[in-house]
Design a binder for this molecule. Sequence first.
Ligand code: PLP
Length: 389
Amino acid sequence: MERIYFDNAATTPVSEEVFEAMKPYFTEKFGNPSSIYKEAQETAGAIAEAREKVASIIGSDDEREIIFTSGGTEADNLAIKGVAMARKKKGKHIITSSIEHHAVLHSCEYLEKNLGFEVTYLPVDENGFVNPEDVEDAIRDDTILITIMMANNEIGTIEPVAEIGAIAREHNIYFHTDAVQAVGKIPIDVNEMNIDLLSLSAHKLNGPKGVGALYVRKGVKLIPQMSGGAQERKRRASTENVPGIVGLGKAAELAAENMEEKSKKMAEMRDRLIEGIEDNIDEVILNGPRGDKRLPGNVNVCFRYIEGESILLNLDMNGVAASSGSACTSGSLDPSHVLLAIGLEHEVAHGSLRLSLGAGNTMEEVERFLELIPGVIDKLRMMSPLYEG
Ligand code: PLP
């Protein structure tokens, strides 16, 4: 039986078209883009083309606003630390949420510990939503940055980013959003949404690992986090990852094609998964919202009385790759900070399962999964000392 891959929020396979686009830039077209001969112009041109494609998928009409990075993590670090260091004379207060990815949370903690910044970590409601009014209330005279994610990687909540952007703009505070999980899934317009900085990553949209980008609105000052050459208009030193950047550009171009149609199909599979699980298994909790405020490919449920890890191992033996939350924290015994922030008890939060759909999934796989899961949960509950079923 073919395996089912339901962990697209962790990473996705590089699509054939993306791979084909990248290939020449490993062996034939290898010039250093900073050099001055024909080989260099070839790669510099490929980077320029990719920059336009990446700018386009987030609604920027100025490709100079894109800085290529080594991924979403570096983009988050550069945005937060870079802005903090550039504006520290103006103020040392940052507003974020308690459910951000660790790339954001740990960047904020770094600034608190090492550079004397103060950070407000806003709570979220039971579905993971940040309240824009809370953002406004948290603003102080010394607030220099608001960083709130566009969509949560564990529970799929799509945050009210446009409202938050409007508030930030009104108060003349920079607004950064981690859109790693959102790009290519939902429409984004950095101008309409008043976003000043936005992080994205190629490997979440059928592009290669180890490459991403940070959008920085024209005029926004930021201190580079890498000392070295003058690449990326002196904002990110180091010789460009040309094949990776070409791959990101192609992946962005493909993701933008028929995005609405593809996301609709994914949302149908998502809703069928949720319905099938809720109808056939008792004592299940859906984490995150229902409907169009949830990422089209995200399902996250808790099964009471059992551990997420044992569900994953059993699913793996049955041919399914899934996750209990974030790939970066798997292996840790602490329950997810996101599930705790939406109010789950420790015990319940331990029994979480995240299924994340991608371009390659089919309704046939969804149905096959739904046949399998009640038996897996039943078996584990029978072994659980907590279950009296
Ligand atoms: N931000 C979010 C919301 C993510 O889901 C991830 C990856 O899981 C990252 C940042 C980090 O991206 P990367 O793996 O490209 O460093």
